[in-house]
Design a protein around this ligand. Structure first.
Ligand SMILES: Nc1ncnc2c1ncn2[C@@H]1O[C@H](COP(=O)(O)OP(=O)(O)OP(=O)(O)O)[C@@H](O)[C@H]1O
Length: 542
């Protein structure tokens, strides 16, 4: 059932001039390109996003009785927005934003609020029926506060969910915050309202707590290309943005909010799926210049997700190709280490099939409870790691691997046992798909396994040393525990980091059990593909 959404907010016509440089006071500059006016305003952008994602959308906004206003209404109608509740005025012109974009990409914006600033509580009260019948009402701060308060009071009286996008940032009356169910600031807007700077997930949670104390029940903080954070009093999480080449981020936030509002169930239980959809929607908006023209339709968002599904299928195929090609080389009469994770699972299946078909004499050691169970189910001959001194060959996956065959492992929470077995192995072969090799490990997430007691101490150390730590959680919101019952903290490897130093420093911290940097471990990297590639460690670095 499509959501019924009412957006109460601004409409602007953006008039953009591309200019070679700033004109000084009194100076006249000739310019050679004039970009036509196009639709903007946070309210209009969010209403258009909601409508393009299939919501039954009503837009309450105030326009001047002018050509700009008429052009905007025609555009709303083309997007199937219900325009029966628009208000017009003779007292002001339709809102306008004058934007000069310099060659450097910087811009200056002058906003004439115009008719937007004339939207009154009485105008909104006159539309009470449509608000009362909605599933949710969304407002932003480009219209006068009394109009927003009026909309939210009606919504509350009728059990309609309220979403406040507190943009542009400003202080807000306590009543408006009390009437708000869901608040969706970006980093700076959150800080303006709570006074707490957003630097990492912990500070986002602190922000959320501050909003909860004001009566808000869901907080979503968008952090640009990094993604978005959500918190309710029961759960919280961070949903990373899709990595895309951003050309123009105008309306990214508006697209996120409009799209989220169409997907989020009223009990909020599907928040992560709704945020994934919203991330996908805004990742499409930022790849095209402009505001409203770049807002995608539901079909475009679904198609972009399918493209991703196809590339996921290709990745699975490559993992299998790498696993099968290595399984075909494994010599007979050896002790074989079995890695952990999805790629290693393909290998376990492939080597099992060969052992059966060729009656090979291969005994195995597992690197995780999951792999042990899989191998036992298949009836493979398993050894207890404590009963042997060496492993002949270990075949494992990797999260990422660099040009020197140093890598990161452990995203699947098995890094400690994987490292123990790797260190006992005469030969370590890593099998990966083509998305895993990188020039360097800088900027990559590195899991650090910590004991639960004292984990916060390590977390603070990592935070104070600029590693941007974040505890790892399961999909259901529970903290992720490794096979040994420890916790994992993800950190980001800084640019230019000396990896052996970083590895040594991490090991020195009390409470750190192990980390996922595997330096000088991999002897051969096997990359899946229609032609499987094999890269051997250079003799000098062994
Ligand atoms: N460069 C980017 N690459 C991919 N996704 C992005 C990028 N920038 C923004 N997004 C997506 O858009 C969402 C909102 O972005 P952001 O936090 O910048 O909002 P905002 O500051 O309100 O933006 P604006 O005011 O420009 O509309 C992010 O959570 C993310 O999903």
């Amino acid at each position: 059932m499509e959501k019924k959404i009412v957006v109460v907010g601004s409409t602007n016509v953006d008039k953009v001039l591309n200019v070679p440089k700033y004109a000084l006071p009194g100076e006249t500059l000739a310019i050679d390109s004039y970009q036509q006016a196009h639709g903007g305003g946070k309210g209009a952008n969010q209403a258009i996003t909601a409508a393009r994602s299939g919501a039954v959308t009503t837009f309450i906004t105030k326009l001047g009785n002018d050509e700009d206003g008429q052009a905007m209404v025609a555009g709303f109608a083309r997007d199937q927005i219900n325009v029966d509740h628009l208000v017009t005025t003779d007292q002001a012109q339709t809102g306008q934003a004058y934007i000069t974009v310099y060659q450097s990409g910087q811009n200056s914006i002058y906003v004439y609020g115009g008719a937007n600033m004339e939207l009154t509580a009485a105008d909104v009260n006159a539309q009470a029926d449509v608000i009362a019948q909605a599933d949710r009402v969304i407002a932003q701060l480009e219209i006068p506060l009394p109009a927003i308060l009026a909309a939210f009071r009606i919504a509350k009286q009728h059990g309609v969910q309220t979403i406040l996008n507190p943009a542009p940032a400003r202080e807000l009356p306590a009543e408006l915050l009390r009437l708000t169910d869901v608040i969706t600031p970006n980093e700076t807007e959150a800080q303006t309202l709570t006074g707490i700077e957003v630097t990492d997930e912990v500070s986002m949670l602190d922000n959320a707590m501050a909003f909860f104390s004001l009566g808000i029940t869901m907080v979503i903080i968008t952090v640009g290309a990094k993604g978005a954070f959500y918190a309710t009093p029961q759960a919280h999480g961070f949903i990373p943005a899709f990595k895309v080449k951003a050309i123009d981020t105008t309306a990214a936030g508006d697209t996120f909010i409009g799209a989220l509002a169409t997907q989020l169930d009223l009990d909020n239980h599907n928040i992560e799926d709704a945020m994934l959809y919203a991330n996908r929607a805004s990742s499409l908006t930022v790849q095209t210049a402009g505001a409203q023209n770049s807002i995608p339709t539901r079909d475009q968002i679904v198609a972009a997700n399918q493209k991703r599904t196809h590339s996921k299928e290709r990745i699975e195929r490559e993992k299998q190709q790498a696993a099968q090609s290595v399984a075909a080389w494994i010599p007979d009469h050896i002790v074989l280490g079995l890695g952990s994770g999805t790629t290693a699972a393909y290998f376990v299946q492939a080597i099992h099939d060969r052992i059966e078909a060729e009656h090979l004499d291969i005994e195995c050691v597992a690197t995780s409870v999951g792999t042990q169970q899989l191998a036992e189910q298949l009836g493979m001959r398993m050894l207890d790691v404590n009963t042997i001194d060496t492993v002949d060959i270990t075949v494992d996956g990797a999260d990422v691997v660099d040009d020197h065959l140093d890598g990161i492992k452990g995203g699947g929470a098995a890094l400690l046992f994987e490292k123990l077995v790797a260190n006992m192995s005469n030969r370590n072969i890593w099998i990966v798909d083509s998305s895993k090799p990188r020039k360097s490990l800088a900027g990559q997430m590195l899991p650090v396994e910590v004991i639960p007691f004292g984990g916060m101490g390590v977390f603070r150390y990592l935070r104070d040393h600029g590693y941007q730590p974040a505890f790892c959680f399961r999909d259901n919101g529970d903290i992720l525990a490794t096979d040994s019952g420890n916790y994992l903290i993800d950190i980001t490897i800084p640019k230019g980091a000396d990896l052996p130093d970083l590895a040594a420093n991490l090991k020195k911290q009390t409470g750190v059990v192990e980390h996922g940097l595997f330096l000088n471990v991999c002897d051969e990297l096997v990359i899946g593909g229609d032609e499987v590639q094999v890269i051997k460690r250079k003799a000098t670095s062994v």
